[in-house]
Design a protein around this ligand. Structure first.
Ligand SMILES: Nc1ncnc2c1ncn2[C@@H]1O[C@H](COP(=O)(O)OP(=O)(O)OP(=O)(O)O)[C@@H](O)[C@H]1O
Ligand SMILES: [Mg+2]
Length: 269
């Protein structure tokens, strides 16, 4: 059984035109251990797809249809309570805006531990802290003890993004959904986060859905890639095949848009 099966997913926001589907019939699956890159131009439905999978799309804002099975459980049939139980243990999501994801009044450590309060209630305070520190170190926050005590406004954007990742991996989820998490970061930190994701995948078997505009990063990181255009999938395959033999004009344009030097460097690897 696939870890994730999305079947004919359609989403139409209530305030959109009657025939405008933010997601217009998307189907794909992910096996355990896959790193799937979801790419495509802005407004094409990537985030909305991620929100559906994680059960975060507000029901009162949009009509949706189709099916999303996570490890055999139909997400669309889950109650709020069931979703809360799954979110944080079976899957976690990291979005682009760490500033708005953290609550300014709580210390970082408390927020990294959040998932443990919900999903591993029997841990002692010391055990929770140890797990949080471990997740923070893995996310590249080497002075974890110090950062544990800090407030969100005391950290740089890059550090906050890593703290977000720490919060997302502290419960060892089966599926990590990362939506544009490297986009706002400089290249060095970007590279460190890519290495972290590869490490989580290789050593912990974590399955990752990686949403990005950056085809270069997708090429380095992802085993599979899906290209979306206007709410539909136009390309789906193993990364090396999609890059070597793009089927769709849109994908060819995307690949051609990768800066020449970067393309050459990648090919030399
Ligand atoms: N809360 C909302 N209310 C109404 N329409 C929305 C809402 N969120 C997204 N949409 C619409 O859904 C479509 C898909 O948006 P989505 O955010 O999934 O794009 P995206 O591929 O993630 O783009 P980007 O690369 O810019 O993040 C867009 O047409 C957008 O206007
Ligand atoms: Mg988006």
């Amino acid at each position: 059984m696939s870890l994730l099966e999305v079947n004919d997913l359609k989403v139409r926001f209530h305030d959109a035109a009657p025939d405008h589907y933010a997601v217009g019939g998307v189907s794909f699956s992910m096996e355990k251990g896959d790193i799937l890159g979801l790419v495509g131009e802005s407004g094409t439905g990537k985030t909305v797809t991620a929100m559906c999978i994680s059960g975060l799309l507000p029901r009162e804002k949009a009509d949706r249809s189709g099916s999303i099975l996570l490890d055999g459980t139909e997400i669309f049939d889950c109650t709020e309570e069931e979703l809360n139980r799954m979110l944080g243990s079976d899957m976690t999501v990291v979005f682009q805006e760490p500033m708005t994801s953290f609550n300014p009044v709580y210390r970082i450590g408390r927020q990294v531990e959040e998932g443990l309060y919900v999903h591993e209630k029997n841990l002692s305070k010391a055990q929770r802290k140890e797990r949080a520190l471990e997740a923070m170190r893995r996310a590249g926050l080497s002075d974890a003890e110090e950062i544990y005590r800090k407030y969100p406004h005391e950290l740089s954007g890059g550090m906050l993004q890593r703290a977000m990742i720490a919060a997302a991996i502290v419960t060892n989820p089966k599926l990590l959904i990362a939506d544009e998490i490297t986009t706002a970061l400089d290249v060095t930190i970007q590279a460190q986060i890519i290495d972290l994701l590869l490490d989580l995948n290789h050593n912990d078997g974590m399955t990752i859905l990686f949403i990005s505009h950056d085809l270069r990063v997708v090429r380095r990181l992802c085993s599979h890639v899906i290209v979306m255009q206007k709410g539909k999938i136009v390309e789906n395959g193993r990364t090396e095949n999609v890059f070597a033999h793009p089927q769709h004009t849109y994908t060819r344009h995307l690949i051609e848009a990768i800066p020449h030097r970067a393309k050459r460097l990648n090919e030399d690897e």
